[in-house]
Design a protein around this ligand. Structure first.
Ligand code: IPD
Ligand code: CA
Ligand code: CA
Length: 280
């Protein structure tokens, strides 16, 4: 079955890139700024992407690849790149290191994220955390696994019992809006965590370690694998307005399903969806 072959290749590539991340973590590598002072890239990001591309090209030479490091920095370029490629026959969406800032500082929370779509529909997703040797995999209608064992989302039924995660997006306006969201949620939730990797947050929602995750202005490579994982683990993934996830979604809400509407309601009530800027 093609999904299984794709998953095997994605896992092999993610494991090799992950080994490189672990080996080089916190050791000074050349770092450059991308769109602004919060948007960083290192030689290792590029090396990991090359390595993953080589795996794909060897096993599936006719598949298309959307890799973060081959796209110009900034939200606009990312949106355009996704628009151009999202309905390709087979598309590999690669974040070679999700958590580059952590990688630079030696904070052990960076993952490799690879999502594979067929004509715009995600069919496989792999997220690998090399520090804990945790491999999260999902195949459409095959469920989600952590190191080969089935996982499922948590059971909290209300925000009050929930542990959520979010992040600091790179664009400055998005940062402010996301913090409005956090301030508005602070009194409704049990706790919030922010470990600096959107993909890892999504994998943890799938594994039931977090009740939900939201963040605005993210890219297809941050979200594609994690979205399939959460869905296949029984959760729900939409944008901040409640529209079903697709590769073009940038403002994400991924939860165990049970707290989803409540979370959407708070973000919308407090104008913290990320769509406010475009609506003005
Ligand atoms: C970043 C991480 C971070 C999120 C940022 C992303 P990168 O990805 O996912 O958690 O808050 O918005 O850009 O740059 O490390 O691949
Ligand atoms: Ca990322
Ligand atoms: Ca990255």
């Amino acid at each position: 079955m093609i999904i299984d072959e794709i998953k095997r290749t994605a896992v092999a590539a993610a494991r090799q890139a992950g080994a490189l991340i672990k080996e080089k973590s916190g050791k000074s590598t050349t770092q450059t700024l991308k769109s602004n002072a919060f948007d960083l890239v290192t030689e290792v990001d590029k090396e990991c992407e090359q390595l993953i591309r080589a795996y794909v090209q060897k096993s599936f030479p006719d598949h298309s690849i959307l890799g973060e490091e081959a796209v110009e920095p900034g939200s606009y370029a990312s949106e355009q790149a996704v628009k151009q490629m999202q309905y390709a026959e087979y598309l590999w969406v690669i974040d070679p290191i999700d958590g580059t800032t952590n990688f630079i500082h030696g904070f052990p929370a960076s993952v490799v994220s690879i999502g594979i779509a067929h004509q715009g529909v995600l069919i496989a997703g792999v997220i690998y955390d090399p520090y804990r040797d945790e491999l999260f995999t999902a195949g459409r209608e095959q469920g989600a696994c952590l190191n080969g064992q089935r996982i499922q989302v948590s059971g909290e039924a209300a925000l009050q019992q929930s542990i959520l995660a979010t992040g600091l997006p790179t664009a400055t306006q998005a940062r402010s809006t996301n913090m409005v969201g956090l301030a508005s949620l602070a009194h409704h939730i049990r706790a919030v965590r922010s470990v600096g990797s959107a993909a890892l947050h999504m994998a943890y929602v799938a594994a039931g370690r977090l009740s939900g995750f939201w963040e605005i202005d993210l890219n297809a490579w941050d979200l594609s694998a994690g979205s399939l994982l959460v869905q296949e683990a029984g959760g729900r993934v939409t944008d901040t307005k409640g529209e079903d996830y697709h590769l073009g979604v940038r403002h994400i809400v991924a939860t165990n399903g049970r707290i989803h509407s409540e979370l959407l309601h708070v973000l919308n009530e407090w104008n913290a969806t990320g769509y406010e800027e475009t609506e003005q």
